[in-house]
Each structure stands twice: as C-alpha cells, then as structure tokens.
Ligand binder design. Structure first.
Ligand code: NCD
Length: 315
C-alpha cells in the first residue's frame, strides 16, 4: 500500500494514478468506520490548518462535504460563495492574481468555477495545493473518487463491472472524470445512454476501447438494465445550454421509474452525483438498489481522506 499521493495539485482525474486510488479508498474506509465509532477522534489531523473554499458556481454537496471534512479533521475554513459577485474578481482581478493572494492565507484551496480551465488558471500561481471541485463541463476528480468508493462499498470490487451511464454525457463533468478512473480496472463493460446530442466525447470512447473495455452507445436503457451492476444517472445541465429551447429539447428524455427496474439484478447499485431534477422518480428512493443518498453522505469521508493526504507532510 503506498503511503503518499503521487500528486500535489488535484486538477484533473488524469492527475490520479491507480496507487492513489488504492490509498484514498483505504483511508476513506478508515475514516468512514472510525467516524461511526467516534466522530471526534480525528480532530488533531488538520489542527492549525486552513482550507479556503472558493465557489464560483452553485453547490450543496461538494462545498458542504469539503467544509464538514475539514472541520472533522480539526481544521478551519475560509469560505467564498458566489465568487464572481462577492470577491475582487467582480472588480476585474484575474484568477491568477487571486491564486497568488488566497494561497498566502490558507494551506489548501478547494475551488469550483464555471469555465473549463478556471481552476487551472488559479492554481498556476498558488503556492499551496489546489483541488478542482468542478470546472465547467470538464472535470470533477474528487466526485470520481467518491463514486469509486461508493461502487466498491456496494459491489465489493472495481473490475469486471457492467456500468450504465445515463443522461448528459457531453457536459457531465462527473462522468468525464469517472470513466477516466474506471478505465484502470480491467474487463469493464460500459453502456452510454444519452440523447444523440449529449453523447460522451469520441476521444473518451476511444480511450476506453484502447484500454480493452467493451463500449456500447445506446438510445435507451430498458433493454440493457438487466446486465448492469451499476447504473449512474445524471442530470441534463440547463446551465450548459446556450438557449432554453435547446435545453427543453433534450430534458426529461430518460426517467428512471420503479417499473423500469423490474428486470434489474438484485445487486444493482443506482448512483447519481445529485442534484436530480426529473431523471429519478422519488418512488425509486425506497428501492434496495437506490444508493445515491449514501453516496452523498460518503462525500465527507472521501474528502477527509483527500484533504488529509494532500496536507500531510506539508509544514
Ligand atoms: C455535480 C456537479 O456539480 O458536477 N454535482 C455534484 O458535484 N455532486 C452534478 C450536477 O451538478 O449535475
């Protein structure tokens, strides 16, 4: 088992190596079990450290779970919501200058930005580790670690899985980052189910095939649901469309109901990074395969592990 991460900054799922996944999932499990026994036992691990959380885009789970994780490790936080209107960015300051400044006030930075590359521009001049908490349609690497942890928790393995991805595969940054990491584990079967205009990028499909995985692109999920071990639902993201009409054309295309799960494996795990809009009917919440609320809860343990290892060894 490795003892340290191979990266200093976490800007993309491409920064993550297989051994990093092993380390992070192991530590997450220790925090998960430990927190159940005694939630105050980890308060010394980030004592005296400050995390700046800078959000330029809406968030509930990611921001709160990072902040809760830092508190659970005994650290402190500086927090910025609505970064575009309540920071000096509003006065015309660049993200690079902001990186120089905020890294002088904190030990680690967690940042979400609507532009692809926004977090990278900030990180370039930061003197402390920066974690990408979602940049536009591109990347959401910490969500992917969380998704892997959830899959492993329920499926007890990460290889040889049949995984269906449904919804917005073009703008969905969680999908984009997660398939990158799932590719490390051999013998996967991927079903990508979307409206034709929201397909996964062809380079990503090729990347998975080059790694020896089976890939199917489909227009509906009903016929393949009985094959799946994991069904990863996503929201069609209104904020990524240039017009309301373009969004209306593709929204509500795939809706998971109790009935559509009639033929699923009893061991199926249904995940969703959340928020959901209409793509999972509330009646599914009581189905034994509905694991998306557990997934959201696990976010704290996963982010404790990420913060702990990224802060470790730094003065
Ligand atoms: C996702 C995101 O922000 O990319 N949510 C999350 O971080 N849990 C998915 C989404 O907003 O649809």
């Amino acid at each position: 088992m490795p003892v340290a991460l191979s990266f200093d900054q976490l800007l993309s799922a491409k920064d993550i190596q297989k051994q990093d996944i092993d380390l992070l999932l192991n530590t997450t499990d220790r925090f998960h079990q430990g927190m159940k026994a005694d939630a105050s036992q980890f308060l010394h691990l980030a004592k005296g450290k400050i995390m700046a959380s800078l959000f330029f885009e809406a968030s509930t789970r990611t921001r709160f779970s990072f902040e809760a994780a830092m508190y659970r490790l005994g650290g402190e936080i500086l927090t910025l919501e609505n970064g575009g209107s309540s920071s000096s960015i509003k006065k015309g300051e660049t993200l690079s200058d902001m990186g120089r400044i905020v890294s002088g006030y904190s030990d680690i930075v967690v940042m979400r930005h609507p532009d692809s590359g926004g977090v990278k521009a900030f990180a370039e001049y930061s003197t402390v580790p920066v974690i990408n908490a979602g940049d536009g349609p591109m990347e959401h690497p910490t969500q992917s670690i969380l998704d892997l942890y959830t899959i492993h928790y329920f499926q007890k393995k990460l290889e040889g899985l049949s995984i269906g991805f449904v919804g917005d595969l073009k703008f969905g940054r969680t999908v984009n980052s997660l398939v990158q990491l799932l590719a490390f584990f051999p013998n996967q079967t991927f079903y990508f189910i979307s409206h034709p205009t929201l397909r996964l990028h062809p380079e990503k499909i090729q990347f998975l095939k080059d790694h020896g995985h089976r890939v199917y692109e489909l227009d509906q999920f009903e016929n393949s649901i009985s094959e799946m071990d994991v069904l990863y639902m996503t929201r069609v993201q209104e904020e990524r469309f240039s017009t309301k009409e373009a969004y209306n054309e593709v929204k509500n295309h795939f809706v998971l109901t109790k009935e559509s799960l009639n033929k699923c494996k009893p061991t199926l795990s249904i995940l969703h990074p959340l928020p959901r809009v209409n793509e999972i009917m509330p009646e599914v919440d009581l189905h034994p395969s509905a694991h998306y609320f557990d997934q959201a809860t696990f976010g704290v343990y996963v982010r404790m592990a990420i913060l702990f290892h990224m802060l470790e060894g730094r003065a």
